[in-house]
Design a binder for this molecule. Structure first.
Ligand SMILES: C=C(O[C@@H]1C=C(C(=O)O)C=C[C@H]1O)C(=O)O
Ligand SMILES: NC(=O)CC[C@H](N)C(=O)O
Length: 649
């Protein structure tokens, strides 16, 4: 099995057997061969043989798998395809390059399925009709570059794999996966999730700097790094992935970074999130399907928004390639932990070849201040890495030469090279580092065991209104000592609402005034029931709006959505730096400080309400659990303390 001599790649291609080639480091190409089985659910991925012995599996997980989580999508029936690995060998990259064909594969009728102007219109519509109506903060809508390919698909796979090895850089995985009737070849920059030795790592990448002709310069990169849009875009996806980390990790997760991901045509910004988990890797994959960097946030509603704005199914785009590798008996915790490690890059920057048709899907993260033409260019820039390598669009030769020179690969007499990596430039490193000064220390630091905070001995339920910020809220509340359970809005029973020591009514997408939405209706009932009982209630964002409405305070759309915005606002006499994800606001007469029995913290000029408190209740418009909330923990503690104070005390 592992360790035998690798087969000749040409022989492998001619054998007709399914195979995968993977380059995960600079020096090696891994060769995986085996049989293919298609399965229905992640839980069906055959990680053990008939006798129960663990085995290695490489799974291609299509986007339609989100239906397992009950989320919407255009369903193309793309199979959850598993290569059950019989042989796994390694060869030096130089050896692979020598064996792989260098031919350019001819393409016919190449171009994007959605013209540039139409894509720009999609961007405008998503900003106005989705972000502008409170459906969420960021959404990734894709378009496909397509072409006809007459060549033998396996030969094309080998030629494209070679081209990517040679011309793309900075990839997390460069790969070719060849299964019956289906070829996928890509250079993905982004690890979605990995689980190794009980540690889970996620790697959100967002923010895209398109290199000027001739290659990136420190000056142009500095300008990109100081862009508010690009900075906030990355923070938003970190928040969304922290929700996932908080769901699968006992210690919630901790962020490190930001770092740069330098590729041939683009440089991205990224963070790394890390936490501990004892879950089966298939469960980890299910709970993290799929990355907000390729869908949006909140993730569930992003699936609905994608279904509204993309006309065709995604296939494997934004899904993952998931390699499940049995843990060695010698690995720490192997005896009682999960049987496999997981490594799963996101399927982006990937070319698919099916029935003579090449498809390279690509998307951009659309946010409230997206420029439609900027996003069009971003999709071109992202596609250009793959398309340039395979010869579908011209390569930037000047930039390639500069990169080679910088690596010392050619021409010692050339003028002084750019620094080898822009990340090594001290000014760039400082710009990156300075971003963290804005973020919540809670998520930047290791989080010690929960359970000994000021509210130890008290219990809470957190009602989820389809924004998984509730997992982060629950994690923070546990650190404040509470015993916490999350309950979905459609499942929470009246008795649970009556019995809980504290009810935290959560955030969610949509218009809080919408009378026809059953979710809004139930959230109104949750807030009203708890208020009527006088027992402790904390209402967050959407639920804060619902509470304000019940007090007779007007709800209105903001002129400009605050989706993914950090602001310092007054919360009952203390300034607090808080992250906001709202399109609507509760609004009082400017200067008002009370409504009925509720004390109001509002902007003195606009009257926009930041927080409310009264007998047994408190509410907040911002997201105290967000990484954008530098003062999140402190403010959460103050508001919970207020809500838990016995009425009349
Ligand atoms: C959506 C894609 O890429 C993702 C989106 C990014 C962005 O919008 O800045 C950056 C990296 C990827 O996480 C894609 O390549 O199709
Ligand atoms: N995150 C939230 O709860 C947002 C509430 C509401 N959907 C708004 O956009 O204002």
């Amino acid at each position: 099995m592992t360790g035998t001599a690798p087969p000749s790649l040409r022989e492998l291609a001619a054998s007709g057997r399914p195979f995968a080639l993977i380059a995960r480091d600079d020096a090696t190409v891994e060769v995986l061969m085996g049989d293919v089985v298609d399965v229905e659910l992640l839980g069906d991925i055959p990680l053990a043989d008939a006798s129960g012995t663990p085995r290695e599996v490489l799974a291609l997980v299509p986007f339609r798998q989100v239906r397992e989580r009950g989320f919407e999508c255009h369903d193309d029936a793309a199979p959850l395809r598993c290569l059950v690995v019989a042989e796994h060998t390694r060869m030096p990259r130089t050896e692979a390059l020598a064996q792989l064909p260098a031919e350019q594969i001819p393409l016919t009728g190449a171009g994007f399925d959605i013209p540039d102007d139409d894509y720009a219109d999609v961007v405008r519509r998503v900003i106005a009709d989705e972000i502008g109506r409170g459906e969420g903060a960021n959404f990734v809508i894709r378009r496909d570059f397509t072409a006809g390919v007459a060549s033998d698909p396996v030969f094309a796979a080998l030629a494209w794999f070679r081209a990517l090895l040679e011309h793309e850089r900075g990839a997390y995985w460069t790969f070719a996966i060849v299964t019956p009737g289906h070829v996928a070849v890509g250079a993905s920059p982004e690890a979605h999730v990995s689980a190794k030795g009980g540690f889970v790592t996620m790697n959100p990448i967002s923010g895209t700097f398109r290199h000027p002709a001739g290659g990136a310069t420190a000056e142009a990169l500095s300008e990109f790094l100081t862009s508010t849009k690009e900075t906030e875009e990355l923070f938003m996806v970190v928040d969304e992935e922290l929700k996932m980390m908080s769901a699968v990790c006992s210690d919630g997760g901790r962020i490190t970074g930001p770092h740069l991901k330098e590729m041939s045509r683009l440089t991205h910004t990224e963070y790394v999130l890390r936490g501990r988990s004892r879950l089966d890797p298939r469960e980890i994959l299910r709970d993290t399907m799929f990355a907000p960097t390729v869908t949006g946030s909140p993730m569930q509603n992003a699936c609905t928004v994608i279904t509204r704005h993309e006309r065709t199914p995604r296939g494997y785009y934004s899904g993952v390639a998931a390699l499940f590798t049995p843990r060695a008996d010698t690995d720490p915790g192997a005896a009682d932990g999960p049987s496999h490690d997981l490594d799963a890059p996101i399927l982006i920057r990937t070319a698919y070849l099916v029935d003579g048709r090449l498809r390279v899907p690509v998307g951009a993260t659309l946010v409230r201040h997206s420029d439609p033409h900027g996003e069009v260019s971003e999709t071109h820039g992202k596609a250009a890495g793959v398309l340039g390598a395979i010869g579908a669009v011209p390569r930037d030769r000047a930039a390639e030469l500069a990169a080679l020179r910088a690596e010392g690969a050619i021409d010692e007499d050339a003028p002084a090279p750019e620094p080898r990596r822009l990340a090594d430039d001290p000014a760039i490193a400082e710009l990156l580092r300075s971003r963290n000064a804005r973020l919540a220390p809670f998520w930047l630091n290791p989080q010690d065991a929960a359970g000994h905070g000021p509210f130890e001995g008290r219990d809470a339920i957190v009602v989820d209104a389809e924004d998984r910020f509730t997992t982060m809220l629950a994690h923070q509340l546990r650190h404040l000592g509470l015993d916490v359970r999350i309950v979905h809005w459609s499942e929470v029973a009246d008795e649970e609402l009556d019995e809980a020591g504290l009810v935290v009514s959560g955030p969610g997408p949509g218009d809080p005034r919408d009378p026809s939405n059953p979710r809004m209706k139930r959230m109104r009932e949750v807030v009203a029931r708890r208020r009527a009982s006088g027992r402790p209630l904390l209402a967050v964002c959407l639920s804060h709006q619902v509470l304000a409405d019940s007090l007779g305070i007007e709800l209105a759309p903001l002129d400009r959505p605050h989706q993914g915005l950090q602001r310092t606002v007054d919360v009952f006499g203390e300034p607090a730096s808080i992250g906001f994800y709202n399109t609507f606001t509760a609004r009082v007469r400017p200067g008002a400080t009370a409504v009925g029995d509720a004390e109001v913290s509002a902007d003195p000029e606009s009257g926009d309400v930041h927080a409310l408190r009264g007998p047994g209740f408190a509410s907040v418009q911002g997201h105290l659990e967000s990484i954008l909330s530098r003062d999140g923990m402190r403010t959460l503690e103050r508001l919970v303390e207020h809500a838990l104070t016995p009425v009349g005390a």
